[in-house]
Design a protein around this ligand. Sequence first.
Ligand code: PLP
Length: 454
Amino acid sequence: MQERKITLTEKEIPENWYNIVADMPNKPLPPLHPGTKEPIGPEALAPLFPMELIKQEVSAEKWVAIPEEVRDVYSMWRPTPLYRAHNLEKMLDTPAKIYYKYEGVSPSGSHKPNTAVAQAFYNKQEGVKRITTETGAGQWGSALSFACNLFDIECEVYMVKISYHQKPYRKLMMNTWGAKVFASPTDQTDAGRKILAENPDSPGSLGIAISEAVERAAKDEQTKYSLGSVLNHVLMHQTIIGQEALVQMEKAGDLPDIVVAPFGGGSNFAGLAFPFLRLNFDEGKNIRCIASEPSSCPKLTRGIFRYDFGDTVGMTPLLPMYTLGHNFVPAPIHAGGLRYHGAGVVVSQLLKDNYIEAVAHDQLECFEAGVAFARAEGIIPAPEANHAVATVFREAKKAKEEGVSKTILFNLCGHGNFDMKAYEDYFAGKLVKHEVTAEEIQASLAGLDTPVIG
Ligand SMILES: *Cc1c(COP(=O)(O)O)cnc(C)c1O
């Protein structure tokens, strides 16, 4: 029998998160105040986040110890398995060796609990009673609901109204773990009421939901806010993925030439790729790390590196990042987790400095690849994960054409068992090739009046 599954024991759950900032030749530029546009210090974030997470957000320490309580919760599903995709290799008839790290075994079905659990733990330690957040497709809302329940914290989720109605099962998962879920815009916040006054039938957006969740936390001493991607501490929590994968690859007697992950705000990409980039920095290795994004929302491949807001309304600090402009409204593609205008600061700087690469795929190519993957390997990927699968297909074909054996590792960051509507639409021929036009991108960027970067 060929070895297929490379597993680790609970004792092998890593003891530290890896903070890549320590190894970056060019450190990230500071965030700016949304009003004064002057650099802000950590204290500006205190109304929204617990102190320990703020410290991690600005930390340049290479290793940050994972609290025992967090490792204990991780052991409910970690270490996650790493698979050698023998069937897929055969199907693609490629000399490439393909491995994938599977994060869909977590209770909520994706990588997101890796940071949700850590964030809930630190909030609990600092006596926080309630956490608010926004969710689009529902992956983040369900991860945070799961984590808050374990640490006995109230969880309020502002779910984009259109998703709230389209994805009742995601909402019910959150309810099952005890969270309150609101269809955003609501009439419970100033931001929500303002939108509803202008448009009572607003389907909502991630930008609006962020504004509601932030407002709620800013106005209540005992309530904090939590974000599931983009920020430095979130990316760092996810490095548990790549550190496990590194040990598993060693056990398999292999090292990847290419590491691939889908890209929304950067957390699952950072999670898998950063520990391998560390080998590039520390040991002079030359591992290519590729972020896969949708051609409907191509901030890395076609956006600009500039200060921009994290939300639509312009309430958040300005961050130096690759962006399509905070007013960019992506087409309603099924990979809801990748419909975000910006990218994490750390991944943006790494891309700017050519330490990582990015590619874009249209949704049709992604679903073709995802369905082929499911037929070969069994697991049905989340629509977001299909982007990584599409990149792997391209690289495996290239290896075949060039007649070279490459080792490819990718992040299967979640399963698609709650995303069957997307697959239904694909089988019904309703998914069309979609790519934003140069005019659309220009129009969105032309409206930006945020600070440019030298
Ligand atoms: C949220 C999510 C993403 C996108 O977010 P990142 O921060 O870029 O990882 C991708 N895949 C899945 C399954 C998600 O839940």
